[in-house]
Design a protein around this ligand. Structure first.
Ligand SMILES: [Cu+2]
Length: 676
């Protein structure tokens, strides 16, 4: 085993920056990339749900995996051991581009989405719940927004778990479009479950930051901070948000005008919080683009270079005064996924070196993709190394699968990296760059070392609670007499979508090994601000950088977050039903029917829409001349829920509802004709 040791210089530099070392060393050597199995649905969103399972969510499209009803599945559960997928039948509303997170009791929440397509119902305001299980008995619960819903449509919302185990949902737009524009911006945030706070009894709360960060503020990045506030980044701007008082503190902009949120998607992470660094938060944001956010997609090239820039800042008064420190990645990257490994390093995978998120918008799309030059090679980032030597791709194989728009990745419980997805198309399409179902597993060198292990983990641990684990160390590491040959880390593996790894965090716990090396005593995280109550994975990591397999636990008391039923009822009374109708005749003009390979065209009467009406398009297969089963499309001239709604009253302008036609130019909404 080759092991690299941190230099004295790096220690001094880390100390000077206020951030201590995370780990003593890292295993070097060859990484192994394995392509194995399929995901059943394209992996647009995913989250680790147990030590051996992942939930994968896509969108309503012609996925090959079918539900028990014979419809195209929108979601699946992947077994990481058998590498088989099973369809999840319960998703009823369109999960397309929702946000996600876990509540304090371990329930997975998927929030927001897209209007109805195929057999799905409107998902823009839906909340879907999933109770993780190991026995394949669990499924999604989705009432299409009847009672489980957000206050207003949220397509591309940010989500973060907060210190009481609730989720805070931020932003999004009320309709899917290539880029956010003022008429469809949703410049508000809310809680799930709803709260009565700051005078807003369960309903959404306006947030100025989301107006100031137009037009590129979708999927805002959020990190929950040890002081109970939230770091937020969108477009070129950043702030610390105090949700308890509903106040914003603006921070310095990202340097050099780099935009870091959709559609110029960078990736961001909260660096490890450790006792040694006194749980001092530090943010790293990498990639994105300098493309103007006022240009229509048709005026932007898929060949526009992405940014190489990473920006890093310590969130102390001194760190903020010092501003963002920038460094360069080996290659430019947009739509990358960045997350932390158990050894304290970060990895960046997926994405592209040119272009931007989305599809069928660019002046020169590649297939339908707005991006090109896939970033086939992952890169690791050692936050403790001296500046200039933090990035490395040494020993890491390149993939031959382009992972562009709608790709995902995550650390799994056992330490392997799971990589999937990519679908820069409206529906299934096997042109360049194709809809991807192939799964990849990337094993860091530590996976091939003798690994520590442990037993005796309680299912729930409280704050500052001390507990003991039975430790099995690799033989060559030997027993410890000083208790410092391992570290214990607690990780939230987060929720992956659109390059935003929501709620992920890494907290090093205080621990000590017994004289005989067979027991390790661990103290739970100090506060719910440092680790919000909810699920996590515990790893014991040797000082050579070899982690044990991670084991799942619940931090806190395992109870549900506070549920204010009066606030929920007020929200339900004051917000429009999720079943508002939206025009949604959006299908890729250049692609083909799933599996058929034949172009299908059709017409959608009427050509002009006033009010709301339902119509069945006439669709014909141009190759065979035979009719094709067409979706029923409900259309309306208004994209905005019923007038007088809470949302309307909070809109920043009094503009009239946006007609379908004015949105069609930039996103291919075509009320007059379709092809599928
Ligand atoms: Cu999307």
């Amino acid at each position: 085993m080759r092991v690299s040791s941190p230099s004295y210089v790096s220690f001094i530099l880390a100390a000077l920056s206020g951030i201590a070392q995370v780990s003593g060393a890292f295993v070097e050597g060859d990484w192994v990339l394995t392509q194995d199995g399929t995901t059943g649905v394209s992996a647009l969103q995913l989250a680790v749900t147990t030590e051996t399972k992942i939930i994968i969510l896509d969108k309503a499209e012609h996925n090959p995996l079918l539900t028990s009803n014979g419809t195209n599945a929108m979601a699946a559960e992947l077994d990481l051991v058998t590498r088989q997928v099973r369809p999840l039948n319960g998703a009823r509303s369109n999960v397309w581009c929702a946000g996600g997170g876990f509540l304090s009791n371990g329930t997975f929440i998927n929030s927001g989405g897209n209007p109805s397509i195929l057999s799905s119902s409107n998902g823009l305001q839906a909340i879907r719940q999933f109770e993780p299980c190991d026995d394949e008995s669990c499924d999604i619960f989705d009432d299409s927004g009847a009672r489980l819903r957000v206050t207003s449509p949220r397509w591309y919302p940010g989500v973060v778990r907060i210190e009481d185990g609730s989720l805070l949902l931020m932003g999004g737009s009320v309709l899917n479009n290539f880029i956010n524009v003022i008429d469809i911006n949703n410049p508000t945030y809310e809680y799930y479950p709803p709260k009565n706070i700051n005078g807003f009894n369960g309903v959404q709360i306006p947030l100025k930051f989301l107006n100031d960060t137009m037009n590129a503020n979708l999927f805002p990045y959020m990190a929950y901070l040890p002081n109970g506030k939230i770091f937020v980044a969108a477009n070129t701007q950043t702030m610390i948000f105090d949700w308890k008082t509903n106040t914003e503190r603006r921070l310095p902009d990202i340097p050099n005008g780099v935009r870091i949120s959709y559609p110029y998607s960078g990736s961001a992470a909260l660096l490890p919080l450790t006792p040694e660094n006194n749980y001092t938060p530090e943010i790293l944001i990498c990639g994105g683009s300098n493309i103007s956010d006022t240009l229509d997609g048709g005026l932007i090239s898929s060949q526009s270079p992405a940014s190489k820039q990473c920006s890093r800042m310590v969130l102390t008064e001194e760190g903020i005064a010092g501003g963002w420190k920038i460094e360069e990645m080996p290659i430019a990257r947009t739509m990358g996924e960045m997350f932390i490994l158990p050894d304290g390093r970060l990895i960046l995978v997926n994405g592209a070196q040119t272009g931007f998120s989305g599809y069928a918008n660019a002046a020169d799309p590649v297939g339908d993709s707005n991006a090109d030059h896939p970033s086939f090679t992952p890169v690791v980032y050692n936050p403790d190394a001296p500046e200039g030597s933090r990035f490395s791709s040494e020993g890491i194989p390149s993939s031959n699968i382009a992972r562009l728009y709608h790709s995902t990745a995550t650390l799994t419980a056992n330490g392997t990296i799971f990589i999937a997805g990519s679908n820069p198309h409206e529906d299934i399409c096997f042109d360049q760059y194709p809809t991807e179902y192939r799964a990849e597993y990337l094993d860091p060198p530590y996976m091939f070392q003798p690994r520590p292990n442990f037993t005796g983990l309680p299912s729930t641990i409280g704050y500052n609670q001390t507990f003991s684990l039975n430790l099995t160390m690799p033989s060559q590491v030997g027993n410890s007499s000083n208790g410092d040959n391992v570290t214990v880390v607690l990780m939230d593996l987060g929720y992956s979508t659109h390059g935003v790894h929501q709620s992920s965090r890494y907290v090093k716990l205080v621990s000590s090994v017994s004289q005989d090396g067979k027991t390790i005593t661990v103290t739970g995280p100090p506060t719910p601000q440092i680790y919000p109550p909810g699920p996590g994975y515990l790893y014991v990591v040797t000082n050579e950088g070899v982690p044990s397999p991670g084991k799942k636990l619940l931090v806190g008391d395992g109870q549900s977050p506070p549920a204010d039923e009066a606030a929920r009822e007020n929200m339900l009374d004051r917000t429009p039903s999720a079943n508002v109708t939206f025009s949604q005749v959006r299908v890729a003009p250049t692609c083909k029917v799933s599996g058929g390979g034949e172009t299908v065209t059709g017409s959608f009467p009427p050509t002009a829409i006033t009010g709301s009406q339902t119509s069945v398009p006439t669709v014909t297969n141009s190759a065979s001349g035979s009719p094709v089963t067409a979706p029923t499309v409900t259309s309306t001239s208004s994209m905005i829920p019923s007038s007088g709604s809470t949302f309307d009253s909070l809109k920043p302008t009094s503009s009239a509802p946006t007609p379908v036609s004015s949105l069609s130019e930039s996103k291919g909404i075509q009320p007059s004709s379709i092809s599928i």
